[in-house]
Design a protein around this ligand. Sequence first.
Ligand SMILES: *Cc1c(COP(=O)(O)O)cnc(C)c1O
Length: 352
Amino acid sequence: MGFDTTAVLERLAAFPRVPLAHLPTPLERLENLSARLGGPRIWVKRDDATGLAFGGNKARKLEFILADAQAQGADTVVTWAGIQSNWCRQTAAAAARLGMRAVLVLFHKPPFEGAVDGNLLLDRMLGAEVHIVPAEGRRTMAWEEVAEWVEPVVAAEEAAGRKVYIAPVGGSMPDGSMQEPWGALGYLEAWRELHEQAKERDVRFVTVVHATGSGATQAGLLVGARIMDPQTRIIGVSVSEDAATLGGWVRTIADRTLGLIGREEQVRKDEIDVRDTYVGAGYGHMSSEVAETLRLLASTEGLLLDPVYTGKAMTGLLDMVRQGEFAADSDVLFVHTGGTPALFPYRDDLGG
Ligand SMILES: *Cc1c(COP(=O)(O)O)cnc(C)c1O
């Protein structure tokens, strides 16, 4: 590695971080699936196995985000998302572990009305204070659309004498109390880990495919690849937004991340590859094709994906293989970002 990379890694290691995740996560081959497809060699980075209340990608983000919250003297984390949010569940678990309070504003729309199941059940068990509010077509990604519900919750906490840290949805876009892209830093660190594992296994990934939602996972991976493995392409399969919108978020977060680690460069637009063709009927809607993908991975590899994120991303990867996007003798990595607690609320769509 060049001097530049070493400087970046030293800088990365110096940021405040609280240990929450089980790391490194395993890097495994999906041999049965690869054989069935006739190549490429498909690998999986098991970030569903980060520990922290059933795992997932938010554990890596929270290591930096909650270190920031502690540095600010916060005793309470307020955040928001959809009712089956993995982000909120892992935030609740992390807060419990660090002796902090988690207050969650969860936006619901059918089919989850009233059912305490999946992530919502876990939020409650983890001791989070849960406010359930109707989404009514609101986009939880936009602060303007959630402020009406989140601001009074913050005010009530402050009136009760608590020091609040407002963590933005997904831990992605710097906003609220999180003024730096700490979530993306978690995925820059993940790339460092992956780079080491790939070196040990003597494998070079031509492409990495993963589910993208609020943008920081992709931004962190992108910055990591840019610095350590510039030949690797990162493809984010959108689970909700159109490619232009989400690509814009990824770009903003990636540039902020480069700034945070002292690099003056910015990412090029053509480095950002967001595919929005697998969104289907929208966020949280699982098509029968995605259900089929879940069953395929479960039955060929014993690997459980989730209905909202990784199921869509793997459906995308399988389609890209069919379209001939990867050479048969190449190595392609799928990042399993977690989300499996949401399997149970989708039992009807899964034919369970
Ligand atoms: C949040 C989440 C993602 C998306 O990560 P972002 O950084 O928000 O883009 C992917 N998969 C799962 C299971 C998630 O919970």
